[in-house]
Design a protein around this ligand. Structure first.
Ligand code: GDP
Length: 621
């Protein structure tokens, strides 16, 4: 067997590898050498006090103080000097100076990787497909995927891991296979940007529609390049020029109109033009000169994650730089673990995964969130220490947030007699219920504690609501509305609590308890299982039946469920019927197929996820 020198690093090589990484694998508090003279140049990396500078450049403290005094700057021995003062002192005493940037590896999302150009190799482009609903995003993703003869030959069974790699003309293209904006924006809301190229799908028979424009905005905001796929070209009488002209109004200008956006005419149905689309992606990628260094520890982003009953926490990671090796130690978000099993989209076990490769991994200590960044480390001790520091920093950050207020905080403040006004924002499904809630909530006010509804309106919980809540110490009540994944992430980031209710008296009881200092946040939600919808059957007089496969836990008849599409909740209700073959059953466990119906909801689609949950005491969750 051919030995691959790049892939496996022995312990001896770890020091060298760490250096290749540009990241010193030393906890920053142990970095004592933050300032030293090196060949006549004083190199430092953080602000210094007069005494520290004195020691480092070997000039007595009084001399420095006197010199600065003559410059019109009165300082004392413990005064921390800014860069300008350090510079003038150094020059005065015969040194050149240089400030070095230290990278704290605990903040690995902030690391700007500066690989030596000679260590860089070409990497495949990462592509997300976006566009208006029904314009053919899913069809294009599937058509491209299934033209992968090689996959079938390799005997793999394709797995839904959130991304796959397509080979075309000997090169690879990484395609994120959850189409649409929800996943893309949820990631961006968390500061992660993984997409190099957005393929904007526009149906030739429908033209530019509202979500087309949204997709353009998202792509531009993320600095991704756009390639337009004008789809459904097989339909009679369609006119691609019209699409190009419509796009022009949004500053997406085709090459034949003097712009630089490649537009390809395709049909996901007849497969016409799909090769050209792949050619265009590779061409664009070449122009973008996408490069990475495979000889460093991996760094990248979580594309999706879930809890697998059998295998535990499971995550799809996109390696963005470096090489991830099976058995590496990784920190993901603020958890860590040793990779137990690493596989590709065909379920094949991998020993290593280079830049732009999506992999499914197990072995993490808990389930990370999509958009979390990860980094691999050579030892468990380092991974553990970094994860602990990150967890601590996150906690401190949450604690130091004074802007927003959770119901538990509020409760504690009321108990301590420290609160007079409770600010609330109400979002409800109708104007009527928003108004009714506002009136009822304000009526709960007591002498010592008043409830102030600062905004009450119908509609989904928006960015604006979260920012308003954050700015005004408010909590948000959602009545018959749910925030999408992006808003949830924003609220979490801002430390804003969103309370969701469907029953008015439950909402009022909760607030009543908080006002009296008796609120107990002890009931929490527990997800009992998830099923993936694989086939839709429309049955007369019955409605839509979703042929599904239970992917985790168990699904129970009559339980509360929500329907997730692209990670966002599209519906909540109860499971009206659950069948195995023709028989009604009480529950179906992981690994089994079933037919299910959600009461009052017929718009289930293939690929949706049905999630069952129950409310339990916190200890049981
Ligand atoms: P998405 O919502 O953007 O993911 O769109 P889908 O891929 O689900 O496609 C929506 C509908 O358009 C489906 O009924 C597809 O069969 C149909 N469709 C997609 N691509 C084509 C195409 O190239 N030609 C035709 N005639 N129909 C298409």
């Amino acid at each position: 067997m051919k030995k691959n020198n790049n892939r496996h690093f022995s312990k001896k090589n770890q020091a060298q590898k760490a250096r290749i990484n540009n990241v010193e694998h030393v906890p920053s508090d142990k970095k004592k050498t933050f300032a030293k003279v090196n060949g006549g140049v004083f190199v430092y990396s953080k602000p210094l006090s007069v005494s520290e500078l004195s020691e480092a450049i070997n000039v007595p403290v009084p001399n420095i103080i006197k010199f600065l005094f003559l410059q019109g700057k009165a300082v004392t021995i413990n005064h921390v000097l800014d860069d300008e003062m350090i510079g003038t002192v150094c020059l005065e005493f015969g040194y050149d100076f240089k400030k070095e940037k230290v990278v704290d590896e605990a903040h690995f999302e902030e690391i700007e990787i500066e690989d030596d150009p000679s260590s860089l190799v070409e990497r495949s482009p990462v592509v997300t497909v976006m566009g208006h609903v029904d314009h053919g995003k899913t069809s294009i993703i599937d058509a491209i995927r299934h033209s992968n003869v090689a996959d079938k030959e390799a005997g793999g069974i394709s797995q839904a891991i959130g991304a796959y790699q397509k080979e075309h003309n000997g090169k690879k293209i990484t395609i994120i296979d959850t189409p649409g904006h929800a996943a893309f924006t949820a990631m961006r809301a968390r500061g992660a940007s993984v997409t190099d190229i957005v393929v904007l799908v526009v149906a030739a028979d429908d033209g530019v529609m509202p979500q087309t424009i949204e997709a353009i905005d998202h792509a531009k905001a993320a600095n991704s390049q756009i390639i337009v796929a004008i789809n459904k070209m097989d339909k009679p009488g369609v006119n691609p020029r019209k699409v190009k002209e419509e796009l022009m109004a949004h500053d997406v200008i085709a090459e034949d109109y003097g712009g630089d956006v490649i537009m390809v005419e395709v049909s996901a149905k007849t497969k016409q033009g799909l090769d050209d689309l792949l050619d265009a992606i590779l061409l664009k990628a070449e122009m973008m000169e996408l490069k990475a260094n495979p000889n460093r520890y991996a760094i990248g982003t979580v594309l999706e994650a879930n809890l697998d009953r059998g295998e535990g926490p499971k995550a799809t990671l996109l390696v963005q730089n470096g090489t991830l090796n099976a058995a590496d130690f990784v920190v993901v978000g603020d958890i860590y673990g040793k990779i137990r099993r690493m596989s590709n989209e065909n379920g094949q076990v991998l020993k290593s995964a280079g830049p732009s490769t999506p992999v499914a991994v197990t072995g993490l200590s808990s389930v990370p969130a999509a958009g979390d960044r990860f980094m691999a480390f050579p030892t468990e001790r380092q991974a553990k220490e970094i994860a602990e520091r990150r967890a601590l920093e996150k906690l401190e950050k949450t604690r130091s947030k004074t802007s927003a207020m959770s119901l538990s905080d509020l409760n504690n403040l009321v108990t301590a007699g420290q609160v007079e006004d409770i600010n609330v924002i109400v979002k409800a499904d109708t104007d009527g219920s928003a108004e009714a809630l506002k009136a009822s909530l304000e009526k709960l006010s007591e002498d010592k504690v008043r409830v102030k509804v600062i905004s009450a309106a119908a509609g989904a919980i928006s960015d604006n609501d979260v920012l308003l809540a954050s700015a005004s110490h408010a909590l948000i009540y959602g009545f018959n509305v749910r925030p999408d994944a992006r808003i949830k992430a924003l609220a979490e980031e801002q430390g804003v609590e969103i309370r969701l209710h469907r029953i008015i008296y439950e909402l009022l009881d909760e607030m009543k308890a908080a006002i009296k200092g008796k609120y107990k946040a002890e009931v929490v939600e527990k997800v009992t299982g998830q099923a993936e919808v694989r086939h839709i059957y429309k049955i007369t007089h019955v409605g839509t039946v979703a042929g599904s496969y239970v992917t985790s836990g168990e699904i129970k008849a009559g339980e509360k469920v929500r329907l997730l599409r692209d990670g966002a909740i599209v519906y909540e209700g109860t499971l009206e019927s659950l069948k195995r073959f023709k028989d009604d059953v009480k529950e179906v466990r992981q690994g089994y197929e079933c037919g299910l119906r959600i009461a009052g909801y017929n718009d289930v689609k293939e690929g949706d996820v049905v999630e069952g949950y129950e409310m339990v005491a916190k200890e049981e969750a």
